[in-house]
Design a protein around this ligand. Structure first.
Ligand code: ATP
Length: 561
């Protein structure tokens, strides 16, 4: 993990090291005044060498203060932005098409963890530089003046190491339990709060309150356990560091008594060693805080490392053909075998099948977020794997039955980058969103949280308008008219027919009204894909015929009532 963290924000790594060196120079600033003071008190003079070293040191510290703003924080910022970019990219590749709430939770957790990574670049690295350089000076000087006393810091460090080893297993366990309790409480809060209406309607709010209180109490206990563990660790570190400094000072006084060392030398040496040991104490503290981040970081890196898409060929020409030849499914178990799906401009291709037959799975494969089990997807005759997801997603759009909307105006929700008004003409050509003309505020109408002020049909028209205005080459529509009234469904169906004249359009649907006008339908029947028009499929597939008859019977029953 350290290796991965070191490789992030590499362009600013040098700036980070320079900032750490500046910090190290500042940390030693206390040594010369102490040495000078002891020389004046004991020898009544300051050696010229000390004055020279102090002058150079002060000049360096003043320059570091002047330039530190150029270097400090740069590595952390670059590494965090690097990590965020890689995380969002891999996460979308892995979890695209997951329900928005679940995705939101993963993103929030991931971004939160990423922000905390700053402690590695801003504290741990500078402290490591400080430990390394101060330690080098302290060891050389002590080795020269009183070598035997070097055993004392060595024993202190061994003591800390031993103490950490004993506590470490318990710490890992407690940190993991804390993260689990945090995720559980957060999950309950998000999921159950969004279902608050249902909880109240079914008189389950008391049950929710009890469960929430139980999870909160469990979370509190786990936090207390982690805090207790942190306290134990700090006590061990403090005990060995401060007793080490005390014993080291004693060893120098014994050397003075034996006339092996001057008193000024003993004081200076003790302060040098104390500066070193205190920087190790600080490192122990921060590495320990950082350690509590480990389980979250491991999860984050497992998402990032699972993304292997490194290819990025340019796709400059519009997509004119998209085909999927092969089988699709999960964990080597095919849902559809020997599929031969060809999309090209001209007409809408329908994709139908029973629930669970693999329709959404096929769209995942076409979107590039799931590889086919066998065979491949080709774009204008080239394998889809030649392109990175961001490149491919500039050309393909996906719209499902659930869409997320912004709490803003209708126009805000079109997510337009271009502010000219041509889009209104474009939407009118497709017959989309004409209901806006009846609204007093038109496109400036506020839609409310997740478009709560629009009907399901209006919402779906708005979502479709957003897709069209993003001007993709390929569109996948997954059950977009499933939960809406017949008028809105007709507007959407007509729009798709017009769109398909110039773009590649695949519509996943099982509704008779959607399927009837289509000349090309791919029906998934017991792991096989059967191709045909609405009428030919009724002859070729008894399951298709049964699905249609069942729906027609239901429609008749509804109309009769
Ligand atoms: N990530 C996954 N891992 C394993 N199995 C999965 C995964 N996602 C979906 N499935 C399973 O694959 C099958 C096909 O799912 P898919 O969503 O493609 O069906 P569908 O035809 O779109 O169904 P529906 O019409 O109900 O949306 C289902 O049995 C589903 O449980």
């Amino acid at each position: 993990m350290f290796k991965t963290l070191l490789s992030l924000g590499i362009s600013k790594r040098k700036a980070g090291i320079i900032a750490a060196l500046f910090q190290w120079l500042n940390s030693l600033l206390i040594l010369e005044p102490i040495m000078g003071l002891s020389f004046i008190t004991i020898d009544h003079r300051i050696p010229s060498e000390l004055l020279m070293i102090a002058t150079i040191h002060i000049i360096l510290v003043i320059s570091s203060c002047l330039f530190s703003s150029f270097f400090s924080g740069q590595w952390a910022t670059a590494a965090i932005s690097d990590l965020q970019h890689r995380f969002i990219h891999s996460m979308l590749a892995k979890y695209a098409l997951q329900p928005a709430q679940q995705l939101n939770q993963i993103i929030q957790n991931g971004i939160g963890t990423i922000k905390q990574v700053a402690v590695f670049y801003e504290t741990i690295i500078p402290t490591l530089v400080e430990i390394g350089l101060t330690g080098l000076i302290a060891v050389i000087v002590t080795g020269f003046l009183n070598p035997l006393s070097l055993l004392i810091p060595v024993i202190s460090l061994l003591g800390i190491g031993l103490g950490m080893m004993v506590l470490n297993g318990r710490g890992n366990h407690r940190n993991a339990a804390y993260i689990r309790s945090f995720t559980k409480l957060g999950g309950r809060f998000l999921n159950d709060m969004s279902a608050l209406k249902e909880l109240i309607m079914y008189h389950r709010q008391a049950h929710y309150a009890t469960a929430f209180a139980k999870d909160s109490e469990y979370f509190r206990q786990k936090i207390m356990e982690v805090l207790a563990y942190q306290l134990q660790t700090l006590t061990i570190i403090d005990f060995f560091i401060y007793s080490g400094i005390g014993c080291f000072a004693l060893a120098q006084l014994i050397a003075v008594d034996r006339q092996q060392l001057s008193l000024t030398g003993a004081i200076s040496l003790t302060f040098l060693m104390a500066t070193w040991l205190i920087s190790i104490r600080r490192f122990g503290y921060f590495i320990h805080v950082f350690h509590s981040l480990f389980p979250k970081l491991q999860r984050l890196f497992s998402i990032i490392n699972s993304d292997q898409s490194v290819n990025d060929r340019h796709l400059t020409t519009p997509v004119k053909t998209l085909s999927l030849n092969g089988s699709v499914g999960y964990q080597e178990k095919p849902l559809v075998k020997e599929l031969n799906l060809q999309l090209q401009p001209g007409e809408v291709i329908g994709l139908a099948g029973a629930s669970g037959s693999g329709k959404t799975t096929i769209s995942k494969v076409l979107l590039g977020v799931l590889p086919p089990l066998t065979g491949q997807v080709t774009v204008n005759g080239q394998p889809l794997t030649d392109y990175s997801l961001p490149t491919w997603w500039q050309h393909i759009g996906y719209l499902g039955p659930q869409t997320t909307f912004l709490d803003g105006t209708l126009a805000d929700n079109l997510l337009l980058t271009d502010q000219n008004q041509a889009w209104q003409v474009e939407l009118a050509k497709f017959g989309l969103c004409q209901f806006v003309q009846q609204l007093p505020d038109g496109w400036a109408t506020q839609v409310g949280q997740n478009a709560s002020r629009l009907s399901p049909g209006q919402k779906q028209q708005l979502a479709l308008a957003r897709e069209l205005l993003s001007h993709k080459d390929v569109y996948l529509f997954d059950e977009i008219s499933a939960n809406i009234d017949p008028q809105n469904a007709k507007i959407i169906s007509d729009c798709l027919q017009r769109l398909a004249k110039t773009k590649l359009v695949c519509q996943i649907t099982h509704k008779v009204d959607d399927l009837k006008p289509l000349h090309q339908i791919v029906y998934l029947d017991h792991q096989h894909a059967i191709h045909g028009s609405f009428s030919t499929l009724q002859k070729a597939s008894p399951a298709f015929k049964q699905m249609i008859e069942e729906q027609q019977r239901l429609i008749k029953e509804v109309l009769a009532n």
